[in-house]
Design a protein around this ligand. Sequence first.
Ligand SMILES: [Zn+2]
Length: 412
Amino acid sequence: MSGRWSFLDSTDIKRPKLGSNATDIQQQNRALLVRLVRQYSGCSRAQLAKMSGLTQATVTKIVADLLAMDILQESGRQSAQRGRRATSLQVRSDRFLVLGIKLARTSFAAGVFDISGQLYEQVQGPLNPGRGPDRALRSIQKAAQKLKSLYPVRAVGVALPGPYFRRAGKIGLMTGFPGWEKVDLHAAFARMFALPVFLEHDAKAGALAEWYFGGHKPDEVLLYFLAGEGIGAGIISQQGVFVGSQGIAGEIGHMSIDYDGRPCSCGSRGCLERYCSSLALVADVQKELCRGAASCLKDVQPLTPQAVFGAAAQGDMLAQQAVDTAADYMGYGLANLVSAYDPGRIIIGQTMALGGQRLLSRVRAVLQQRLLPQVYTCLKVELSALPDAILSGAAATATDQILKDPAAFAGS
Ligand SMILES: [Zn+2]
């Protein structure tokens, strides 16, 4: 696609309501308590009140509802230091299974998850950019239907590459994969499964997975930095994903860090993903090899990010230089994001996280150099520990909706 992605006509956008009514708050509190019980399995109602900041009476009422819905169960007595012993709580994780689907530029994955984020079974396959979205959707349908026939899934969550205009249910641009911007993805996936379907931008899904399953503090402002073939960010703030007005908040792959820099297929120059994505890493090494640089990667075909990271770990100078340069640019991009969103924790995920401690220490060094000391010292920067945060996040997108209104998904 040439030029910048076209913004949708405002008439396409369903207007959100402005206020939060009592039902919204109740749903939010319910989802919060389930998340806490899942994270701190065996906790008591009193501990939940302390962790959530809700009153004991509110917690007691919500827990009673969740027990009636079979989402929580009481599991014996917790020994208390003084006074009467408290009943401990656990999530009935097998109660609502969901199907998570990750759509990437050249591949897809689908998996069945329970509401505690445990993966039951997964399938994946390649997608051919040249064959158009219809064929790609048929491949995904074939693989995912097989899983759906084996497990009683209640809803489907799909993680999509961005920029994803959430209110219109459409992708704005998938680099190198024309045609997707015309597809009504919500309608296509809903037809495919005859189940409630929830779509999310891949980096936001990753952030949701880290928030749900990463074991971090529930009230933390968390920034998930997706660094794969593309670059994106998902921000968790105030107990939810920060979305923006059209749903494209965090589309930072096309944030320019050099006004006269490398040209990008979006029509701009100096876009972050032209410097620190896995595609940029491999392209930089390739360029130096073509110039005749000495490296153990000289005869490696096809050249992959994994091969570059492997060579860097073995001391190959060219590979080390390429990893360090990508990490430096990642640091510059992240320094801008810290100014914009003020996260307490940054989690780097997907292919570039394979750069390990070498990449992480360079990123930290740039942040230390560029941020105010009082900002840097309060900031945690780490690599994702989840096997595939985007696929888990696709499932978490559906789980998040179920927890807000479990009765609507109870089925037969
Ligand atoms: Zn761009």
